[in-house]
Design a protein around this ligand. Structure first.
Ligand SMILES: [Zn+2]
Length: 245
């Protein structure tokens, strides 16, 4: 991977909060994006354009016609092809200076843990609790910052966890296996730009973390697209949490 580019990254380096030092940290960092759907397309696009040095995109799914309304890296010609591979190709054209790896196999637990341990920040852009819990547990055990997002109907959610879980909550402090029925995108529908809003906010939080900026931890931010309102609630740490308790 190469360092910051004085032209491409100029507007970041002009920011007092980022500067050359922050951009060097971003350029030296590795981000793992698990799930390249509506959230992952938006998050990965900004991580790539902002010069995150190494991106690893994980998705075993193929592009489907029902994805095209909101998964903005894909077009009709991509239907049937592996999402992670298509996204990696398009983002490599967007920013040839970064390294992008696509994992198109279904990761077992040990492969997922290995991928998490190699990353500085992990973005959970998946759509099911089983994978979300696995990603969370790997982040807690490896001490990695986890940026978690979700979008369904007109609602979006965003939270940042870790990398120090000793005094702050994890994703399992928020949800348990009993909540499984909450997420069903196909059945409930999703308003197209909502995953884009949340995925973009996930990139904001991941890039802030990589640049060394502060970010609220253990706070759940909720976006309600119907009213256009955001609000935040604190996530208490569960003393009996199976992952971080
Ligand atoms: Zn926990």
């Amino acid at each position: 991977m190469s360092g910051p580019n004085v032209h491409r990254d100029a507007r970041h380096m002009a920011l007092a909060q980022v500067g050359a030092q922050g951009q060097e940290r971003i350029a030296a960092a590795s981000a793992l994006v698990v799930g390249v759907g509506g959230l992952g397309c938006a998050a990965a696009t900004y991580l790539a354009s902002a010069g995150a040095g190494e991106l690893c995109l994980v998705d075993f799914d193929a592009v489907d016609a029902t994805n095209l309304g909101r998964q903005v890296l894909f077009g009709p010609g991509d239907i049937g092809d592996a999402k992670a591979a298509i996204a990696a190709d398009k983002l490599a054209q967007q920013n040839p200076a970064i390294r992008i790896r696509a994992i198109t196999d279904r990761l077992d637990e040990s492969a997922l843990r290995e991928a998490v341990a190699k990353a500085h920040v992990v973005l959970d852009c998946t759509d099911n609790f089983a994978t979300r819990f696995q990603v969370n547990d790997a982040c807690v055990d490896a001490g990695r910052c986890l940026v978690s997002g979700s979008a369904i109907r007109f609602e979006g959610q965003l939270a940042v966890f870790g990398p120090d879980y000793s005094g702050s909550p994890c994703y399992r402090c928020l949800y348990t296996e009993a909540d499984e029925s909450l997420l069903d995108c196909a059945g409930n529908g999703v308003f197209a730009p909502v995953p884009g809003v949340i995925g973009t906010m996930m990139a904001v939080e991941a890039l802030k973390f990589l640049a060394g900026l502060d970010s609220p931890r253990g706070t759940l931010r909720l976006y309600e697209a119907g009213s256009g309102n955001f609000h935040s609630v604190n996530i208490p740490k569960r003393p009996d949490c199976p992952a971080c308790g």
